[in-house]
Design a protein around this ligand. Structure first.
Ligand code: ZN
Length: 182
């Protein structure tokens, strides 16, 4: 029995309807240099999708998420392996992972989280030359049959909308940090 044909077309249509960002990713001109080095320099904004800039690391939204609210914590230094991180960078990255979980919990109330790093191309890292930690909110049933079959995820809101919902949580954080310093 041939399962391609119609089902293949449906899958294709689904991708275009629910995940236009995937197409955008495929046809987009890959920027030269490193986005994780360039974007924090350009600042916190809806365009860069940077949400928070710490001393040694920053928080940025994934531009091509499989689920809304997919965040990443990234050190400023262009390092390709966790073994190159110094203890201060590790400490700040861990603090920022907690901040991401708090922000996502406050805004989206997910049922769970995937938190982790892919180190190296063999491990599936997209931008393997600059390490980063993924924080992905999860909902019971978000991994159901339709997305699995069509390799798509339903993104219920735009990236800008997600950024605008999350930024107040990270601004709160900055104020609290300043309070502690003074
Ligand atoms: Zn870099």
């Amino acid at each position: 029995m041939r399962l391609t044909g119609i089902s293949g077309n449906i899958a294709c249509a689904m991708k275009q309807i629910f995940a236009p960002w995937r197409m955008e990713y495929i046809v987009s001109k890959k920027p030269e240099g490193c986005v994780f080095c360039d974007l924090p320099r350009a600042g916190v904004s809806e365009e860069t999708l940077v949400l928070f800039k710490g001393e040694r690391a920053f928080v940025i939204m994934n531009r091509y998420p499989y689920v809304s609210g997919h965040l990443m914590v990234v050190p400023y230094r262009h390092l390709e392996h966790v073994l190159l991180l110094d203890p201060e960078e590790w400490a700040e990255m861990n603090r920022l992972v907690v901040s991401c979980v708090q922000a996502l919990k406050a805004v989206y109330q997910p049922h769970g989280f995937n938190i982790g790093m892919n180190v190296g191309q063999a491990a599936g890292a997209g931008i393997h030359e600059h390490i980063h930690t993924h924080i992905i909110p999860r909902w019971t049933g978000d991994n159901n049959l339709v997305p699995v079959m069509t390799e798509t995820r339903v993104i219920p809101e735009s990236l800008e909308e997600t950024w605008r919902k999350l930024i107040p949580e990270f601004r709160k954080e900055k104020k609290e940090e300043k309070k502690q310093e003074s």
